[in-house]
Design a protein around this ligand. Structure first.
Ligand code: TYD
Ligand code: MG
Length: 450
């Protein structure tokens, strides 16, 4: 909407209105609206010099996105990005130190360079020699990547501009600083300013830019989370159990679906895309052990089969321990309460540990019944029947509710060799997987040993 030529403007936030108000509706400041008048059209602006006109572009002349995406040729990374890098976009890759951010961006850099792209890699954290050593280990030491060993952001951007970069990598955001700001590098003021300059640089020069950032376990305030609102996409690298699987998750993506995940394995030659994540996630599944239940979740655009493991041991502690990894502790508490009240399985005198295979994080309530079955099996030390998987959302009443995309989940479970599935009433069957439909937690528990 065009701004009115006359009206009132907030001196604090710049909000404009044709009518006076005592309080700015945008920033809530009092008595900040001041009258203004602007000339339009032909004549020069009254009082001030004429502003420099902004660039205009016709919508139809903007190139279509499809043709301009740069594939990283790393399948799982492209998947999470929504098909590749978009020129002019800024992407944040966050994760714990040591999880593999540098490895991932260096591998992507090499692939992009192999496609003839000019890739600038700002290694503020490591010396060129260290980057070279990693590249040798990854078998990509011959890649045509330009290293910029620089910690001054402006100097690094000038160098990237000078070489005509198509892709810019900053590893890491904490290692570069903006000159002229009197605060320590990695601090909030530095991060915000560096982020803003990077956005302007990426957009202005149509350069696809990837920035890595360490996130510490405590969720440090001055961490890269400050950048989340500035950037176009935020990808987090996760691995909860310390195994070799790495899950890359889009938590924000202006150019693709959020919650899409990519699954990698860290090997001695770097990160490899995992072609069959369900099989990797079920690799250590021990069907004969108590406390192990298999389910399928929907992660982004695909179903993944995984295992929930639980252990329950008697304790003398007045308040027994509840340890959850890969699922919310509050979810664990809730399901234990439902199990006690609706299923008659009481864990009040036991320490309970629950985890999810491969460092996956359960966000999908469709996995509730599997968690509950694992807990019941752990508490009674009775293994669950072999070849049986679990689907269903659990309500406080003990009712088992339907799950979304049940067919795709069942299909994946069938593909992984599961021939029987305990599922909510009304679930449509899929060939090869026999359904045991249940209405309630009690129903499900009796069916297990029946
Ligand atoms: P790195 O990419 O340096 O992590 P970040 O940049 O997130 O801090 O990865 C470091 C870890 O990965 C380190 O423990 C060594 C391991 N690694 C491999 O296992 N294989 C490899 O080929 C490489 C390069 C690293
Ligand atoms: Mg690193």
């Amino acid at each position: 909407m065009p701004r009115p030529a006359r009206g009132y403007r907030c001196s604090a936030c710049g909000w404009t209105s044709p009518a006076y108000a005592g309080r700015c509706p945008q920033c809530q400041a009092w008595n900040t609206l001041e009258q203004y008048a602007e000339s339009r059209g032909t004549g020069p602006a009254r009082g001030n010099a004429a502003p420099i006109a902004a660039r205009t572009v016709r919508l139809t002349e903007v190139p279509d996105e499809a043709g301009v995406r740069l594939s990283t040729r790393i399948e799982e990374l492209d998947r999470v990005l929504g098909g590749g890098l978009v020129p002019g976009s800024l992407i944040l890759v966050g994760g714990d130190p040591g999880i593999g951010k540098s490895t991932l961006v260096l591998q992507a850099a090499a692939r992009l360079a192999g496609e003839g792209k000019q890739v600038a890699y700002v290694c503020g954290e490591e010396s060129p020699r260290q980057v070279r050593m990693r590249a040798t280990r990854l078998g990509i030491a011959e890649a045509q990547i330009t290293l910029i060993p620089e910690t001054s952001l402006d100097a690094a951007l000038a160098a990237a501009d000078g070489m005509g970069a198509d892709v810019l990598i900053i590893d890491s955001i904490q290692s570069v600083y903006v000159e002229g700001l009197e605060t320590r590098s990695g601090g909030p003021a530095q991060l915000s300013e560096a982020g803003a300059r990077l956005v302007a640089f990426a957009k202005g020069n149509e350069i696809a830019t990837i920035v890595t950032g360490h996130v510490t376990k405590g969720g440090e305030i001055a961490g890269p989370r400050l950048l989340e609102h500035l950037v176009d996409a935020v990808l987090y690298f996760e691995n909860a159990e310390g195994g070799s699987l790495r899950v890359l998750r889009a938590v924000k993506n202006r150019f693709g679906a959020t919650d899409e995940v990519g699954v990698f394995e860290m090997t001695s030659e770097g990160l490899q895309s995992v072609e069959n994540p369900s099989s990797a996630l079920l690799e250590s599944h021990d069907a004969g052990a108590s406390g192990c239940a298999v389910t399928a979740v929907i992660e982004g655009s695909r179903p993944l089969a995984l295992e929930v493991q639980a252990l329950a041991v008697p304790t003398n502690l007045a308040s027994p321990r509840r340890i959850a990894s890969g699922l919310e502790t509050s979810r664990l508490h809730l399901l234990l309460a439902v199990l006690a009240r609706r299923g008659g399985v009481n864990t009040g005198g036991m320490d309970v540990v629950a985890s999810v295979s491969g460092g996956m994080r359960l966000r999908d309530p469709g996995a509730d019944l599997a968690v509950l079955a694992a807990l019941a099996s752990a508490a009674t030390d009775q293994p669950l029947p072999r070849g049986t998987a679990f689907l269903g959302e659990v309500a406080l009443s003990g009712a088992i509710r339907p799950v979304q995309q049940a067919q795709r989940r069942l299909g994946e479970l069938g593909r992984m060799g599961f021939t029987r599935c305990v599922a909510p009433e009304g679930t449509q069957p899929v060939e090869g997987v026999r359904l045991e439909t249940v209405r309630s937690v009690r129903d499900a528990l009796t069916r297990l040993h029946g």
